[in-house]
Design a protein around this ligand. Structure first.
Ligand code: 5GP
Ligand code: ZN
Length: 113
């Protein structure tokens, strides 16, 4: 499968990996939108949030747990951070392997663009 994030998770393309376990990999975004910008993905290929089902939805909870742990390790948990998952064109999704963005290190605006 020609998927950028599957290749990063599999080590075929280098990534600045900050966490990996049996189910989840997290690495620094190549075009950071905040002082800390981490992308957290399941190893399993799921293209979009629309493709989640009963067999895969618990993985999303794992992504959030990993995000929480990384935020604590980065020392940003108390100041706060933003978690974002974009879906399809109106959501701004450009890589079709679900991923949770962890943005931290500055105050975020609302609403997002
Ligand atoms: P999306 O727009 O799909 O929500 O997020 C995709 C993210 O992947 C973007 O923030 C983009 O900067 C990041 N990205 C795209 N290509 C690469 C890459 O080769 N390496 C890394 N680390 N991040 C990438
Ligand atoms: Zn993939």
């Amino acid at each position: 499968m020609d998927c950028l994030f599957c290749k990063i998770a599999g080590g075929d393309i280098p990534g600045d990996i900050v966490h990996q376990d049996d189910e989840v990999v997290a690495f620094r975004d190549i075009a950071p939108q905040a002082p800390h910008h981490i992308v957290i993905i399941p190893r399993r290929h799921i293209a979009t949030v629309n493709d989640l089902d009963e067999a895969s939805h618990a993985l999303v909870g794992r992504l959030f747990l990993v995000a929480r742990n990384i935020a604590a390790e980065l020392g940003v948990a108390e100041d706060g951070y933003r978690l974002v998952m974009n879906c399809n064109s109106h959501g701004g999704q450009t890589v079709f392997h679900i991923h949770l963005h962890l943005l931290a290190g500055r105050a975020m605006g609302w609403p997002p663009g």
